[in-house]
Design a protein around this ligand. Structure first.
Ligand code: PLP
Length: 264
């Protein structure tokens, strides 16, 4: 069967972010997505109204059912919602329920692009510290990078996360609202190994971070190196954003939904 990516993520009823983004992005990368649902959110493409997190035991049982059944090559996590869920995933690694050499893409979701809360930021940040040690790649947005590292400078922040045990950190300046292109830096073991410039597209996108991280996870499952997976995900995400659906054509501030059904 196609290589499997087990994604821990929340349901976003608008279909822009969360587990739907994961399923579509992993599928477009050529792999198969399995999902352990961590939370059900109440949200539109424009804002978060609330969420109910799944109990850690429920999330764990979903994950074990998949791990016992399918050839899971890569783990990806997005919204975990509670410190219990973060601790549960940490334990799956610590207790070798997930093999130590399984690549793990950690998207440390704290808030939605709209600004809506997807968990209690301070306690999530603390709980993430232990999970970070198991990650192959962390894909924080600028807000998450600063919150997790306690550093304003993105480069120092990335190096700090590597020092905390992350193998690699992908830094994008997309949420720093300066004009001009978006810069992206890939740090591995504290060293910058790759940098690129991406066009800044007009508009705000709902689910772009989830899509990018999941596409990278899918490409890693397909056997790409980290740099190849990141490069291929950049090309793909740019196309999905250029082709994004526009739910509110008369509102220039409204968020767009990436169209992930394009071929890379
Ligand atoms: N996961 C879920 C379930 C979400 O609802 C969201 C945002 O709304 C995210 C993750 C993060 O989304 P983004 O890719 O826009 O950062």
């Amino acid at each position: 069967m196609r290589p499997v990516v087990l994604c821990f993520s929340g349901l976003d009823p608008s279909g822009g972010a969360g587990l739907q983004a994961d399923i579509e992005a992993v599928g477009q990368a050529g792999a198969h997505a399995a999902i352990a649902c961590t939370a059900v959110t109440i949200q539109s493409s424009q804002q978060v109204f609330g969420f109910e997190a799944c109990a850690a035991s429920l999330v764990k049982d979903q994950a074990i059912a998949v791990l016992d059944d399918l050839p899971v090559q890569v783990i990806k996590s997005g919204m975990l919602g509670t410190t219990d869920n973060i601790a549960m995933l940490t334990r799956l690694f610590a207790e070798h329920r997930i093999a130590a050499d399984t690549p793990f893409v950690l998207d440390p979701v704290l808030v939605a692009n709209s600004g809506g809360s997807l968990g209690d930021e301070q306690t999530l940040v603390t709980a993430f510290r232990e999970l970070i040690a198991y990650s192959t790649l962390i894909t924080p947005n600028t807000h998450e990078l600063r919150a997790l590292s306690g550093e304003e400078d993105l480069h120092i922040g990335a190096q700090k996360l590597c020092a905390q045990g992350a193998h690699a950190v992908l830094v994008k300046t997309s949420h720093d609202f300066e004009s001009g292109d978006i810069k992206q830096y890939l740090y591995v073991k504290g060293e910058m190994v790759h940098q690129s410039t991406l066009p800044r597209l007009n508009g705000e996108f709902h689910g772009s971070g989830c899509s990018l991280a999941s596409f990278i996870a899918g490409r890693l499952a397909m056997g790409d190196t980290l740099i190849d997976a990141v490069t291929s995900a950049d090309n793909w995400i740019t196309q999905t954003l250029r082709a994004a659906d526009v739910p509110h054509p008369n509102d220039s501030k409204a968020q767009l939904i990436p169209n992930r059904f394009i071929r890379s």
